[in-house]
Design a protein around this ligand. Structure first.
Ligand code: IPM
Ligand code: MN
Length: 368
């Protein structure tokens, strides 16, 4: 299979984790005889420095032509003082919008090897396996520009949705639930917000089309509590852009580190942008301390969702599991009796694992 991948390393630890993602993609290509080609482009702070804008046109054009996109991270204190439209984050929001990446899938799984790394009790976290489906191109993040203002005395952000925007994300969530444990929790604030009341209406309308999925509504404050008191209760959560942003960082404590959470952002044509949920972590940038596993697991999502390579995706996930079972971890995770290694060393272990696994199966393949 031939695929062309656009890499957007971005800022802070972005370039380090992107390098890890690329190495893993290359390892998969070598083992399974695929051909992946790569093209790097600027986004975020680095793009502001190089080209005077957080989202240069050549980045958008290249991303539109790619089979898949990998993004490291954007932002950092260096650009904090810039006006809103010039901040690095604008690059990320802009590419999500321009590519129509409305469906953000954020799986959260507690790895057995890392249970004790979570600040929560082991028996609470154990067996947590949920998927947050976050709406990504509407809501509070993208209020109407005419209404979005700050005149010094009064400030306004708006939370707007068109019905069809809610419909498509709710459909996506029902479909995700169908291939999992078939339970959907729609999270909103319908006791206060008009937008949430329409959200509930849409979920109620849609559920007839997915009779195999059980569905319920939950207020966002209650959901935030349940996520850390009874996380195994959840299968798929679907929610508005900002609620999803907040809940996904909260859910990362189940995995022991924000450095473990991958994500996929898909549009209506199935084109995807893959990125670790963690940010640019400027405090450790350039020190080779960043955990590459969120990026590597994002690569697994790319293989599965954009390229339909289920076996390869599973191989990457297994390799991560095996490296964790070997006790290897980066500094963000406190594994008792484990071996702390650098980010690039951890990525190398995953790459080795991908290359070496199932050799018998490989040999068998040569003979059939
Ligand atoms: C995320 C990030 C972004 C968001 C920021 C960097 C704009 O926190 O992907 O979760 O809020 O969507
Ligand atoms: Mn976030």
């Amino acid at each position: 299979m031939e695929k062309h991948i656009v890499l957007l390393p971005g800022d802070g630890i972005g370039p380090e984790v992107t390098k890890a993602a690329k190495r893993v993609l290359q390892a998969v290509a070598d083992r399974y005889q695929h051909s992946f080609t790569f093209e790097n482009h600027d986004i975020g702070g680095v793009a502001i420095d190089q080209q005077g804008t957080p989202l240069p046109e050549d980045t958008v054009q290249a991303a539109k032509k790619a089979d898949a996109i990998f993004l490291g991270a954007v932002g950092g204190p260096k650009w904090d003082q810039l006006p809103g439209h010039m901040r690095p984050e604008k690059g990320l929001l802009g590419i999500r919008k321009q590519l129509g990446l409305f469906a953000n899938l954020r799986p959260v799984k507690a790895f057995n090897q890392l249970l004790h790394a979570s600040p929560l009790k082991q028996e609470v976290v154990q067996a947590s396996d949920l998927l947050i489906v976050r709406e990504l191109t509407g809501g509070l993040y993208f209020g109407q520009p005419s209404e979005r203002r700050n005149n010094g005395e009064e400030v306004v952000d708006t939370l707007a949705y068109e019905r069809r925007e809610i419909e498509r994300i709710v459909d996506q969530a029902f479909q995700s639930a169908q291939v999992r444990r078939k339970h959907l929790t729609s999270v909103d604030k319908a006791n206060v917000l008009e937008s949430s009341r329409m959200w509930r209406e849409v979920v109620e309308e849609k559920k007839a089309a997915y009779p195999d999925v059980s569905v319920e509504h939950m207020l966002v404050d209650a959901a935030a509590m349940k996520l850390v008191t009874n996380p195994t209760y959840f299968d798929v959560i679907v929610t508005e852009n900002m609620f999803g942003d907040i809940l996904s960082d909260e859910a990362s404590v189940l995995t022991g580190s924000l450095g473990m959470l991958p994500s996929a952002s898909l549009n209506e044509n199935g084109v995807g942008l893959y990125e670790p949920v963690h940010g640019s972590a400027p405090d450790i940038a350039g020190e080779d301390k960043a955990n590459p596993l969120a990026s590597i697991l994002s690569v697994a999502m790319m293989l599965k969702h954009s390229f339909g390579l289920e076996e390869e995706a599973e191989q990457v996930e297994t390799a991560v599991q095996e490296v964790l079972s070997g006790g290897y971890h980066t500094a963000d995770i406190d594994v008792k009796g484990g071996t702390k290694v650098s980010g690039s060393e951890l990525a190398a272990k995953v790459v080795d694992q991908i290359g070496s696994n199932d050799t018998t199966e490989n040999i068998m393949r040569c003979y059939v």
